[in-house]
Every structure is written in structure tokens, then in C-alpha cells.
Design a protein around this ligand. Sequence first.
Ligand code: ZN
Length: 210
Amino acid sequence: MFIEPNPVRNPSQLRAGWIEVVCGSMFSGKTEELIRRLNRAKIARLRVEIFKPSIDTRYNETNIVSHNQNAIRSTPVQAAEEILLLAGNCDVVGIDEAQFFDTALVDVCVKLATAGKRVIVAGLDMDFLGKPFGSMPQLLAVAEYVTKVHAICVVCGDIASYSYRTAASTERVLLGETNAYEARCRRCYNLAEHTSPHAVEQHQSGSYEL
Ligand code: ZN
């Protein structure tokens, strides 16, 4: 369980900012953990702003909604740099579905933290072919705190860190189709990868992003 570091309360000092990353596969509870941290920051009377890429509109336009319907209001943005313009007045910046943002997101998060803000980023660490996703590897490198959350393998019940795509779609981004994926452990993911004609075709074509 992540426990928040004590922020500097002396107003004459610049509060030290930092970056937290919450990563994992689909169904691992990333967004629930992001919402938990943001709600605690609200209780601490910190000013909180939440952003998500406008590509992710699977439930509605203005809410981060996790799979358990524990919603929190958020602002959809087209490009990562918009966050710099919109987050000026807040103490804590939440960013969901970080893997879908452009590569400028890394610099944006560093600038926000350097300006004294707490930045909490949640995203998929791997795409459906098990490759590092978008800017997540860079974000993991520059973060002070990294939490990897896990799902449960639907095949064998072990800890799962892979998002296995069950649908035979070749779309690079397949949003809103949570039943097109399964959480799988490494062994069950690899067994399926080696036997699925769809997966082999995807590997050969080089289109490996979700
Ligand atoms: Zn398994």
C-alpha cells in the first residue's frame, strides 16, 4: 500500500514535487489506485486536477471511470502539453491512461514535479503483445515512486501482468472492448501467443501496439 510522503508545510519553502507511476496490465486496478490517491489528496485539502487523453472516451467525456464505477471528474486533453497550461493552480496532478499520450508527456511530468507539484500517473506498462507501451518506460525511469499492480490470471489463477487480446482485431487501438482482453500470467500468455495465428500474424507485420 502506498503511503504519501509528508509534504513540506512551511509556505515560505518551495514544496518539493515528485512523480508517482502506477502501472500494470488491464484489470490490475491501476485506475482504482489512482482514484484512491487522488481522493486522499482531496481529503487533505489539496487542489487536485485530473487529465486523460481525449482518445479514451469509452465511458463518458469528463469522468475517469474505473471498472468498479468509482468515478472522479477529469479533463480530456488532446496533447500532453495542454496539461502544463491547465494544471497551474493545483497541488496534485492525476493523469490516467498515460500510455496513450504523446512522448511530450515525460517532459510535462518532469516540469510539473520541478514546479513543486505531486504528479500521479497511471497507465498500461505493456501493450497486448507484451511490449513496453508509449512513454511508460521513460516515466518509470524518472519517477520517484513506482507501483506495479497485478491482475489475476483468468486461466490458472496466478498473478497476471499481461493483457491478452482475445478478439481477432488488427486495430492498433481497441478501446472500450474490455471483453476483448484477458489478464494472463506469463506462462498462460506465452502458451496462447505461440498457438494463436492472429498473434503470429501481428508479430510478423510489426504492428504490436494496443
Ligand atoms: Zn496463468
